[in-house]
Design a protein around this ligand. Sequence first.
Ligand SMILES: *Cc1c(COP(=O)(O)O)cnc(C)c1O
Length: 396
Amino acid sequence: MDFTRTRSLFHLPEGMIYLDGSSLGPLPLAARERTLRLLSDEWGEMLIRGWNDAGWMDAPARLGDRIGRLIGAPAGTVVMGDTLSIKVYQAVAAALEMRPERRVILSDHGNFPSDLYMVDGLLRSLFRGHELRLVAPEEVASALDEHVAVLMLTEVDYRTGRKHDMAPLTEAAHAAGALTVWDLAHSAGALPIDLSGAGADFAVGCTYKFLNAGPGAPAFIYVAPEHIGHVRPALSGWLGHEAPFAFDLDYRSGPGIERMRVGTPPIIAFAALEAALDVWDEVSISDVRVRSIELAELFIAEVEKRCPALELVSPRSAENRGSQVSFRFEHAYPAMQALIDRGVIGDFRAPDVMRFGITPLYLDAGDLVRAAETLEEIVNGRLWDRPRYRERRAVT
Ligand SMILES: *Cc1c(COP(=O)(O)O)cnc(C)c1O
């Protein structure tokens, strides 16, 4: 597979090596043109008629089906909208209602805080004695018992890249009578996912990381076909209603996945998402996975050879790792700022982790060797040791 073609589909600033697709993917060139076209031809010319004539109303389901092809979800099981945090809330609320006699939501303490915060808020408003139980990632399977209503996991750990095994954990959850909510934030666009094959009940994810749809791009939610008809949306907005334009005073959910819609979808953001998804017409996710593992192995080897002070915190075995590689370093924050200053962009995750997102869509072996060389200069030459690199900004 030749990835020079996909690289040419992105805008990358001159001289920059971008290792932060795990936080925000780069701009697909077509997104600029597609967004401008939406502004001028659709919003500009059609105005309100765009909802019918430009297909805006169907966009959440249409784009959901395109995402579905990347995550092993059949047509009609994925819908777009809102942010990932909102989708977590919806999925967990729906799953809890399907296990009314149980009171525990099980997750691991590597999960992304927003997922845990959303559950915490949900449980407070439910006020029915539910408990969010957190265990170590490797103890999840053994912590499943008859009290667990929902197993909520993020497949790939945002900080370390450690990857859960979706199929066996889903099977174990089902054997214990629990439902599963999988967060695919760091999986979608990074590795093959088979929601159907794994028997997942619910899944959620965002599109601004490895799917490159832009800052604040809409999230997605998947509901297994056998559950869709039973799910009662907690966020029962009008666009999930069976007949929004009947303006009934009573809520009746739509028949299919559209019941997980809430309010008016972000049509301008969808233009960028649509263009970002076109990139996936050129490559298969399994080719991306194979090459991203090769690149990650190269990067790990180069960094370990050059920077003995850095400790790999990602799993060493590629099959247990997503698409990011992270190292622990005492001076991780200023070292990352020094790296960014030299055009190598990764990010910092508290308390002491330097994280690098690796995808062949726009990175090659030369980029990773150059990134490791730059890191070597900074770490071994103490170039991070400058007051300006210690200033903490709002986003790290
Ligand atoms: C990035 C990420 C989020 C962010 O949620 P938003 O609502 O999109 O800000 C949530 N959960 C996980 C696991 C993430 O990696």
